[in-house]
Design a protein around this ligand. Structure first.
Ligand SMILES: Cc1cc2nc3c(=O)[nH]c(=O)nc-3n(C[C@H](O)[C@H](O)[C@H](O)COP(=O)(O)OP(=O)(O)OC[C@H]3O[C@@H](n4cnc5c(N)ncnc54)[C@H](O)[C@@H]3O)c2cc1C
Length: 402
């Protein structure tokens, strides 16, 4: 692929910049820079602006509402949104179940779900992991038993428990992996179900993270009745959808553009004068860590560009998505480590929950206030989407042929 921007690309970049400047919701300004926890309304307000513009799903085929951008335009888009500190869009509908539905779904499923994913009318959550089925996902035990209802229609009765379900407290719909045949090899007895989260029998219980946030949940399913028409792809072939979705999820997790902005932010902090009148960036040890980070980030960026180029020529993300996931998340973690180091002693106090009013009177400069919670939060990135150890196993097998 040609990495030099053409005149059209530069015009596109200017159009994107102007659009973000004029249309990004004012109440969201500064929220990413300050590492604030985002509400459902925050996510949706930016989502709806992009949906109205027709720019909500750059990676989707145009027939389903994609933008038809080239890989360079998509790269420019992610660069510009990160540069503007725009909030990241929720991936569960746009990057996970949406591609599964337009690839494997029936015409009815496409017509019912895709427009509402694009518009933001449905918030989705991902029901894959279970206690005892995380890395070993095929070990999942949530079972779906098929039966004919009194109305003569076919249904599944679903029972089981999912865990770590991100933002399920907001979800209208969830995509779930369930066991429909316990008698065959683990991967062969799994189906992919779309479940309305308001169905009786579903209970969502919060798990509060080390950073003090309500980001993940347990989801319990007790005699949840799901129409068979909500199954995507064939019965017992859900593993195919599951693997397809995970490759998309991993590529998205790399977050190169956001990491570039993160490095910039640390440099700005490190340029600020310390108490003794010195800059942290003048410290050769700190400077070296920043330089090493930038070199690794640059290498990752080229790998991501290669994957993007492959995708635009019709190749889905393959095992290289594991590589992007490992390096991308390691870099994200290193950024939060350096931010903590740059914040120095102001990074230590963790004021959330110390008592009412403390959030309004935190100690130290503004940029330090969310350093510790963000550091804790970002530990998750090497675990979710399939832990980095598991990604190394995939690379060993699929890329190195070991
Ligand atoms: C913040 C957060 C959000 C999440 N959101 C979601 C969500 O929305 N939906 C969802 O379905 N899931 C979600 N997950 C779950 C996530 O996918 C799992 O946590 C992950 O797959 C790891 O599974 P586990 O936690 O059961 O750990 P385990 O599988 O028990 O692994 C424990 C440790 O052992 C290592 N390990 C396990 N097997 C091997 C092996 N074969 N070789 C080498 N090392 C191994 C792992 O790398 C890990 O370090 C989320 C997780 C987190 C932390």
């Amino acid at each position: 692929m040609d990495l030099n921007f053409s005149a059209e690309d530069i015009a596109f970049r200017d159009e994107v910049r102007a659009f973000i400047r004029d249309s990004y919701p004012a109440h969201l300004n500064g929220k990413i820079d300050e590492g604030e926890e985002l509400s459902k309304e925050d996510f949706l307000s930016w989502h709806k602006v992009l949906a109205a513009k027709g720019w909500i799903a750059p990676a989707w085929p145009t027939e389903y509402g994609g933008t038809g951008w080239t890989s360079v335009q998509r790269y420019i888009w992610s660069e510009e949104t990160a540069r503007a500190d725009a909030i990241r869009l929720m991936p569960f509908g746009l990057s996970m179940v949406g591609p599964v539905i337009y690839t494997f779904g029936t015409p009815e499923q496409k017509a019912k779900f895709l427009p509402r994913i694009l518009s933001g009318d449905d918030w989705w959550c991902q029901g894959y992991s279970e206690p005892g089925a995380g890395s070993d996902l095929a070990n999942l035990r949530t079972k779906a038993e098929r039966f004919t209802g009194e109305d003569g229609k076919e249904y599944y009765r679903v029972n089981g428990q999912k865990t770590w379900t991100t933002l399920a407290q907001h979800a209208d719909w969830g995509f779930f992996l369930v066991r429909t045949d316990p008698t065959v090899k683990a991967q062969e007895g799994i189906s992919f179900l779309l479940i309305d989260m308001k169905t009786p029998g579903i209970t969502v219980r919060p798990i509060i993270t080390l950073g003090g946030e309500h980001e993940v949940n347990e989801v319990w399913l007790e005699d949840v009745i799901v129409p068979v028409e909500n199954r995507v792809f064939h019965e017992n072939k859900g593993w195919t959808c599951a693997k397809f979705l995970l490759a998309h999820e991993r590529t998205g997790i790399a977050g190169v553009a956001a990491s570039k902005r993160g490095v910039e932010r640390i440099k700005n902090i490190a340029r600020a004068e310390l108490d003794e009148g010195e800059m942290l960036l003048a410290n050769p040890f700190f400077k070296r860590k920043i330089a090493e980070l930038e070199v690794d980030l640059s290498a990752l960026e080229f790998t991501e560009l290669r994957t993007l180029a492959g995708e635009s020529s019709g190749k889905g993300p393959g095992p290289e998505s594991s590589l992007l996931k490992i390096k991308g998340t390691e870099i994200q973690q290193r950024i939060t480590e350096l931010a903590l180091e740059a914040a120095g002693h102001y990074g230590a106090p963790y004021y959330r929950g110390f008592g009412e009013g403390d959030n309004e009177h935190p100690i130290g400069p503004d940029y330090t206030h969310r350093t510790a919670p963000t550091y804790f939060n970002v530990r998750k990135t090497s675990i979710y989407g399939g832990s980095n150890e598991i990604q190394r196993n995939i690379i060993a097998k699929m890329v190195l042929g070991l």
